[in-house]
Design a protein around this ligand. Structure first.
Ligand SMILES: [Zn+2]
Length: 286
């Protein structure tokens, strides 16, 4: 069984998020799961309007879409948004691109959420020449980030020991292994962005509790989970070492710690070795 500071992540998600939010301790086994496989399995297949995907395909071939931010309105569903915004790949792609913001339940989007609508083509350089009104704050901030600022990296928490390391196998994780590294720190410890970047999401992340995901200039993403407080919001630029929140034990945990990941995308399942990454950038870890 997991020791203090480790995760216990049930393998299948069957329950709506509202139950997880309401359960504050005794309902550990009812908490939702962030695993990509399971969340996709939980997605209601009947909610996919076949017409939406056809429309999206047409939009792609036209190649007119650019990356932008969409703010969820009352009555919206991912399927409706995907249809109206001509998202290539439909609501499933929209959900995959915004997992960190939406959380474990694709049916539970709330008004005010900011979704990223992906570009239809892969020529990211074209984004910078798009009209300003169609470009999201994250993209604008990234475009303004100085290219030479990639040097400074720092630890996400000071003086912490490593609890569970990267890729430690275990049945408690949906992927079969630990996708990040756990820094053992008491609740309330300052958590810092390991490098300059742009906040992709800051909010509830299901089994991850309150989490922050930050995009960095090298295209990598850092994730900070189980936070007790958030100091940043989506779209905000941060500097290396800037406080982004306080550590805690929110989500599916057996004790307070900081779960930290480095990813190639904002999403669960694209993890890299976070300790190797920090060390490659000159940070002394453990
Ligand atoms: Zn962890």
């Amino acid at each position: 069984m997991p020791a203090k500071g480790k995760h216990r992540r049930p393998k299948f998600l069957r329950l709506p998020r509202s139950i997880a939010v309401a359960g504050t301790g005794g309902a550990a086994l009812a908490l939702p799961l962030m695993g990509a496989v399971c969340a996709h399995a939980a997605a209601p297949a009947a909610a996919v309007p076949s017409a939406a995907q056809k429309i999206a395909t047409v939009a792609v071939s036209a190649g007119t879409a650019v990356e932008k931010t969409y703010v969820v309105k009352a009555g919206d569903t991912l399927a409706k948004i995907a249809d109206r915004q001509h998202v290539s790949g439909g609501w499933k792609k929209l959900y995959a691109d915004n997992r960190a913001v939406v959380g474990a339940d694709p049916a539970a989007i709330r008004p005010g959420l900011k979704l990223t609508i992906a570009a239809a083509d892969a020529t990211r350089s074209s984004v910078s020449t798009a009209t300003p009104t169609s470009v999201g704050p994250a993209v604008e901030a990234a475009a303004k980030a100085p290219k030479a600022a990639a040097a400074a990296y720092t630890l996400p928490v000071e003086g912490a020991t490593i609890g569970t390391g990267y890729k430690v196998p275990g049945s408690m994780w949906s992927s079969g292994y630990h996708t990040g590294v756990d820094f053992v720190v008491p609740t309330g410890t300052t958590v810092r962005s390991v490098a300059a970047g742009t906040v992709v999401s800051a909010g509830w992340g299901g089994a991850y509790g309150n989490q922050v995901v930050i995009q960095h200039a090298d295209g990598r993403y850092s994730q900070y989970a189980h936070l007790s407080a958030l100091s940043v919001s989506a779209g905000q630029s941060v500097t290396a070492g800037q406080r982004i929140g306080l550590s805690g034990a929110t989500g599916n945990v057996t004790g307070p710690h900081l779960h930290f990941e480095i990813r190639t995308t904002p999403d669960y399942g694209s993890d890299l070795d976070p300790v190797a990454y920090l060390r490659a950038h000159g940070v002394v870890v453990g």
